[in-house]
Design a binder for this molecule. Structure first.
Ligand code: SAM
Length: 292
């Protein structure tokens, strides 16, 4: 087997060879611990038939572990300076395709169709750039890509918000949006010491398993998400106050909002953080005719 990229000595040698310096603005914190990498990959339950989408391969530390344990890896990297490095470090692996694109601008569905054609089992596995964690996760979910799930390293605090339950301080519109599409679990807490440079925040790995159908049946997804965001606009306010102040024409439609809350048995003095996803689905259905 080839020597692992993710050791402190090898990583330093690669960085020195290419005169590479980290760009904080691109969220560049590279993993230098093969054990951690292997545990991340374990959580993705890959097989030799799995196709993997990676976001931000860096110098290839995770990419190489993925390549060893899957059929093919397609990795999106925004930083042009990393392309010649990846070509070098990943040269032993013929099943890796690096795509020089900002994943947020990429047509990921079309790239999956082309690069992973005929592969039925597809996972996203990544050590995400922390400045764009949430937009990346939401893009992957909202585009309804043909993926089994997502296993990613991200800020511990964001992992906690994603997997939070109603009635907790971390529960919010992000928890609802992600749990609508997936079953979310925090599977690892990761110390800062396994990165170079070390990030300022603690890290965690989450596993998102895409549901066959969303957690709740919703007729108008945009409106449902609009209602959940409005309900958390000011956490200390009641659901009634948030909805009247946040929805267009909400103040004039206060009576209709009260009626909708009453129809679905939600006390208007409750706070947004106490409502379950099921209650939000009922509420958005009840409010729909008044606002659409
Ligand atoms: N996978 C490597 C590792 O674990 O050592 C590097 C992870 S590092 C946290 C994040 C990587 O994402 C960097 O290589 C960075 O250049 C890349 N990146 C940042 N923004 C990106 C974007 N919008 N699209 C694609 N890659 C991006």
């Amino acid at each position: 087997m080839n020597k692992d990229i993710a050791t402190p000595v090898r990583t330093r040698a690669i960085l020195e060879k290419y005169g590479f310096y980290f760009k904080k603005s691109l969220g560049q914190n590279f993993l230098i611990d093969t054990n951690i990498l292997n545990r991340i990959v374990d959580h993705a339950n890959l097989t030799e038939n799995t196709g993997v989408i990676e976001i931000g391969p860096g110098i290839g530390a995770l990419t190489e572990q993925l390549a060893r344990r899957s059929k093919k890896v397609v990795a999106f990297e925004i930083d042009q300076r990393l392309l010649p490095i990846l070509e070098d470090t990943l040269s032993p692996y013929s099943n890796v395709e690096v795509i020089h694109q900002d994943v947020l601008k990429a047509d990921v569905g079309a790239i999956i169709a082309k690069e992973l054609e005929g592969i039925e089992d597809i996972m996203v596995v990544a050590n995400l750039p922390y400045y764009v964690t949430t937009p990346i996760i939401m893009k992957l979910l909202e585009e309804k890509l043909p993926i089994r799930g997502i296993v990613v390293m991200l800020q511990k605090e964001v992992a906690e918000r994603i997997s939070a339950n109603p009635g907790t301080k971390d529960y919010g519109s992000l928890s609802i949006a992600v749990q609508y599409y997936t079953v979310a679990e925090t599977v690892m807490i990761v110390p800062k010491t396994v990165f170079v440079p070390q990030p300022n925040v603690d890290s965690a790995v989450i596993r998102l398993t895409v549901r066959e159908t969303p957690k709740v049946a919703v007729e108008d997804e945009d409106f449902f998400f609009h209602i959940t965001k409005a309900s958390f606009a000011q956490r200390r306010k009641t659901i009634l106050n948030n909805l009247t102040s946040q929805l267009p024409g909400g103040k004039e439609k206060k009576e209709q909002i009260l009626q909708a809350l009453h129809d679905v048995n939600i006390d208007p003095t409750r706070r947004g953080e106490t409502l379950s996803i099921e209650e939000y689905a009922q509420l958005s259905a009840a409010l729909h005719s008044a606002f659409q």
